[in-house]
Every structure is written in C-alpha cells, then in structure tokens.
Design a protein around this ligand. Structure first.
Ligand SMILES: [Fe+2]
Ligand SMILES: [Fe+2]
Length: 310
C-alpha cells in the first residue's frame, strides 16, 4: 500500500506580532529590520494558506515540517506556530522540527519545544527534557527528527547536530534497518549548500552516520530552494531533498512556495518513491504540479537488479 508523505518547510509565519522595545534589545533588532525591508514583501499573506489548501486536497498520510516556523522567536509567534501545526493535522499525522529562526535568541527553542510539544513527541516516553532526536514510527516509516537549531550570534544562522543526537540517530538507523528510514533536519547536510554563515557546522560528522548505517530519505529546509542531492550510504546514494519556503510569493528572488509529496511503495526488496513537487510556478499562476520524478531507494536492501538503479 502506498504511503504518502508531504514535506513543507520555512513557513516563517506572519504577520509579526507587535514587538516591544525591550524584545528588540538583542539579535532580534536585525531580524526586525530585515523583516520590514525584505521579508514582509516576499512573504505575502495567504501564500502558505493557499498552498496548504492544495496539500490537504492531496490527503497525505503524514506531513513533515522542517523548521523556521517563526521569525524572531517571540512568544506570540510560538503560540501561533502551535495553532498552525494543529491546523495541519493531529500530532499523529504531523512531525515538526525546529530551524534556526525557532532558536533565534537564547531561550527561544524552549518556547518552541513547549508550544509545539505534541508534534515533537517521540513514540516512547523518556525522562529526558530535550526531545531530540524525535523517534516515531508511522506506517512503513521510521522518522528521525534532528534539531540543528541553536541560538547563534548576530548575522549568523549556523546549525549543528551534537554527539548525543548523532549517537541516538545511529542506534535508531541500525535498529530500524529494513524500514523506510526518514531523517529530518533543518540545515542541508553539506558544506557548500549556501553561505558560510548559514552552514551546518560539522556536516561531515552527520554524513558519516548515514555513510555507515544508511537511510532511505533525508529532508531539509533552510535554503528556501527546491533541490535534490545525494549523500553516500553503505549500499548506494541516499536522496536528499530541500524545498522552497511555503511562504514565498511569486516574483521574488527565491522560487515561490511549494511542497513535495512522496509516494512510497515497497516492491521487490526495494522502495519505489515518486516525488511530486506542487506549488506556484515561477512564471506566476495558481498552485499546480511542477514536476514528478520516480526513483528507487534501497540503501539497506540486498544489492540486486533494483538496487543497481539506486
Ligand atoms: Fe528559513
Ligand atoms: Fe533557516
């Protein structure tokens, strides 16, 4: 039976709530100026809502949200983020991870974790207060949700995955071998995916985990670009997909809002995946299918005729 997974990212929910002067006494003042100058024009109200109407019509089994739900890490923004996730679906059907904007200033990530808690909860209850990595099983999927989010200095938007998360991811990837192992992280796991000040610090150490244990699909946000790359796995390349910001209006310098719908089937010791991009065309117009691509991902399966096509 086909399992349908939707991926959206970088919702940057607006409009900005009223900002108190004392709340701007931090890195936020830069983000506030940036919002007023650039983002308020790029993130036109209604863009995300119309995109999500289309997504809901597709009735996916699960929705992955790969971070940057908010902008300045304000309390009212996180309350809005919690409502936004509830509007997407039940915690059973939606998994969210944080981005750098969700950890914009020290303490912000705690507020994200609080307001979005049901959508970050692992299946097994643990005593630990840090929810990451998120470990969930949905249909044929084992979902591993990493947090790369950490408060960084002015003009910085870096991320990192600490050793504890990497070790737990490695253990889960080993345990779940044979299932469709989906990894979510906000920053792209490459050294040259974007500007230096926005990079994932220690990306090589994260890739080393996948190189050893494999995974079937890796999804990220942060670049606001719809991209398809691969990283090395033990038995072949592992697909890595990025997606444009769900809030980006047409006509900006970044591609307009879109989401990816993955149709996942298990067949003959391999996973067959069809990735359908839906969103606003660069040339303008309503939300529609933008591209469709089928591939096989079978990093954990015995190498056979199907595996050779991975
Ligand atoms: Fe973003
Ligand atoms: Fe980001």
């Amino acid at each position: 039976m086909t399992f349908r997974l939707a991926h959206i990212s970088d919702c940057h929910l607006g409009p900005l709530p009223p900002v108190k002067r004392r709340e701007l006494m931090s890195k936020r003042v830069l983000g506030y100026v940036n919002w007023q100058r650039n983002r308020a024009k790029a993130f036109v109200p209604g863009t995300t809502e119309t995109l999500l109407d289309d997504l809901k019509d597709q009735a996916p089994d699960h929705i992955a949200v790969t971070g940057d739900l908010v902008n300045l890490g304000l309390e009212a923004e996180f309350e809005n983020a919690g409502r936004f996730l509830a509007g997407l679906g039940s915690p059973d059907t939606v998994t969210a991870i944080p981005g750098n904007h969700d950890a914009y200033v020290p303490g912000a990530l705690d507020r994200f974790n609080l307001h979005c808690a049901p959508y970050l909860a692992s299946d097994a209850r643990t005593q630990q207060t840090d929810p990451y990595p998120i470990l969930r099983h949905r249909g044929p999927l084992t979902i591993i949700g990493l947090s790369t989010a950490r408060a960084s200095g002015p003009f910085m938007a870096t991320g990192a995955v600490g050793r504890r998360q990497r070790d737990r991811m490695a253990a889960e990837l080993a345990t779940a071998k044979g299932r469709f192992r989906l990894v979510l992280l906000h920053h792209p796991p490459f050294d040259n995916a974007g500007a230096w000040h926005k990079r994932l610090v220690g990306a090589k150490r994260v890739r080393a985990v996948w190189q050893e244990h494999g995974a079937e699909l890796i999804l990220h946000g942060h670049t606001h670009l719809s991209t398809r790359n691969t990283v090395s796995g033990p038995d072949g390349p592992i697909p890595v997909f990025g997606v444009s910001s769900s809030a980006q209006a047409s006509g900006g310098h970044k591609p307009p809002a879109s989401y990816t719908l993955f149709e996942i089937d298990e067949a003959d010791s391999a996973w067959t995946v069809t990735a359908v991009r839906r969103g606003y065309p660069v040339t303008g117009g309503p939300v529609q299918e933008l591209s469709r691509e089928a591939f096989q991902t079978n990093a954990t399966y015995p190498v056979g005729p199907a595996a050779s096509q991975a």
